[in-house]
Design a protein around this ligand. Structure first.
Ligand code: URP
Ligand code: ZN
Ligand code: ZN
Ligand code: ZN
Length: 486
């Protein structure tokens, strides 16, 4: 069975041209003019782009005394409706602390539910010999990235020595370390201070997590990554201070990647000071929304390439769950939605405003992260031989985002009332149409697959060679003379 996506404008991270796309089974077979096949998909007047990859979701994740409400089924269905064909979800260890068991548990939950493809990052929430050993199991199981929380003291937070040991292990394994960059010790002190002053509402969340604490942690994580000799991916970058740290490190020749969220680009801190308690509580996430100057910094980073990826950190907690913190902002489950809205909001606020080109839009929603996570060009590409994860992206369909028409299980939407100017006309996952505008029929749960991501052995070798040849620094590597291993 072949399909042809007909009369569209193919738009990739580096070029735009009129072409048909022939799909055979799950794979792109040919790109060219006047192609014929068994069936046709109309792309007249639309862009044909690689399916979105959202590298940061928390589906059904146990967190802050509750469990994220979005399921693997509803999350991947919402993603498909929004033009996203792959999620990379954060896997947390359970009570036994085992990485292997956690990955198996994520498979058990996700496999029967997912409507499109998925990968995982593994969280490192402490350090011991078992974790050191099991990180190798994770890589062998296709999980080649590890997230370290520098915040959430007393729960998920790791200390610097633990982070350093884990980054060194990542280097041994060819895996990518990631960090949630906020100084958790100081956040903890500020939380207590504001509570003691009687500030118990969501504004206390914003006060206790200032951008300086994110910048400090980003700098610290970069320093630790440099000492360990690894690249580093900083998740949910929200402010100039963290962006500045990333820019500076990249300029010195380090492979540091930064991921702003669609929420941070378009929603600001005024959300914590307007409306009622629930309006603000629904928008409580970490880091919090920032002011417009920080937003301008993030947009500039996407334009210049110092920030590479737009994600969502989709961690959906219903209003009832948010009420857990009605007397204490520290107990409001942290997280907000975006998995369905990311592409449409970025197109509207980025491409329609002239901030981003359509090619840059493709780069930051799909191609860059596919490269960073070592799944390119299987994913993130319109290329012969790539998976046919394709979106027919229609810049003429507008809609108003609302809880009333979204596909999430969430009982609100942080983008409520946003008028967006583009939508997915068709979303294809490995050649199968899983979303058609106007039909609204859900794809088969369980049809999605786990996508194993190989380790970066050759890439990390190339990294040290590159450094030797080109490092602008005069001090030789290994200035701290730190022994390898834990
Ligand atoms: O507030 C957030 N970001 N919730 C999800 C967990 C995390 O820190 O990524
Ligand atoms: Zn985080
Ligand atoms: Zn997150
Ligand atoms: Zn070791």
């Amino acid at each position: 069975m072949t399909k042809v996506i007909k009369n569209g404008t193919v738009c990739t991270a580096d070029r735009t041209w009129k072409a048909d796309v022939l799909i055979e089974g799950e794979i792109i077979k040919q790109i060219g003019e006047n192609l014929s096949g068994d069936t046709y998909i109309d792309a007249e007047g639309a862009y044909v782009i690689p399916g979105g990859i959202d590298p940061h979701t928390h589906l059904e994740m146990p967190f802050m005394g509750t469990t994220a409400a979005e399921t693997f089924e509803s999350g991947t269905w919402a993603a498909a409706a929004g033009g996203t064909t792959m999620l990379v979800d954060f896997c947390l260890p359970g009570a036994d602390g085992s990485i292997k068991n956690a990955i198996n548990e994520w498979h058990r939950k996700s496999a029967p539910q997912i409507c499109s493809d998925i990968g995982y990052h593994m969280a490192i929430t402490g350090w011991n010999e078992d974790i050191h050993r099991e990180m190798k199991d994770a890589v062998d199981m296709g999980v080649n990235s590890f997230k370290h929380f520098m915040a959430y003291k007393g729960a998920l937070m790791v200390e610097d020595d633990e982070m350093f040991a884990s980054f060194q292990r990542c280097k041994e394994l060819g895996a990518l370390p990631m960090v949630h960059a906020e100084n958790g010790d100081i956040v903890d002190i500020l939380q207590k201070k504001y509570l003691a002053e009687g500030i118990t509402g969501p504004e206390g969340h914003a006060y206790s997590r200032p951008p300086e604490l994110e910048g400090e942690a980003a700098n610290r994580a970069i320093t630790i990554a440099d000492a360990a000799g690894t690249p580093l991916y900083i998740v949910h970058v929200s402010c100039e201070q963290a962006h500045e740290a990333i820019r500076r490190a990249r300029q010195k020749g380090m492979r540091i990647y930064g991921e702003p969220l669609i929420q941070f680009l378009t929603l600001d801190e005024s959300e914590y000071f307007k409306g009622d308690w629930m309006h603000s509580a629904r928008r409580v996430m970490s880091p919090p929304f920032r002011n417009k100057e920080h937003q301008a910094s993030l947009w500039a980073g996407l334009q210049s390439g110092s920030l590479q990826v737009v994600a969502t950190d989709h961690a959906a907690f219903n209003s009832e769950q948010k009420l857990m913190g009605k007397d204490n902002f520290c107990l409001i489950p942290n997280g907000s939605n975006g998995v369905e809205e990311r592409l449409a909001v970025l197109w509207t606020e980025g491409v329609e405003t002239g901030r981003l080109t359509p090619n840059e839009f493709v780069a930051v929603t799909s191609t860059n992260i596919a490269k960073i996570l070592n799944i390119y060009p299987k994913k993130g590409a319109i290329m012969e031989g790539a998976d046919a994860d394709i979106v027919v992206w229609d810049p003429k369909i507008s809609k108003t985002i609302s809880q009333a028409n979204h596909h999430s299980v969430l009982d609100y939407n942080v983008f409520e009332g946003f008028d967006v100017k583009a939508q997915s006309r068709y979303t294809l996952s490995r050649g199968e149409v899983i979303w058609a505008w106007g039909q609204n029929s859900q794809p088969q749960p369980g049809r999605g697959r786990f996508v194993p991501r190989p380790a970066f052995s050759s890439a990390s070798k190339a990294l040290s060679k590159w450094k030797e040849l080109n490092s602008p620094r005069t001090i030789k590597r290994d200035p701290m003379n730190i022994p390898a291993g834990i």
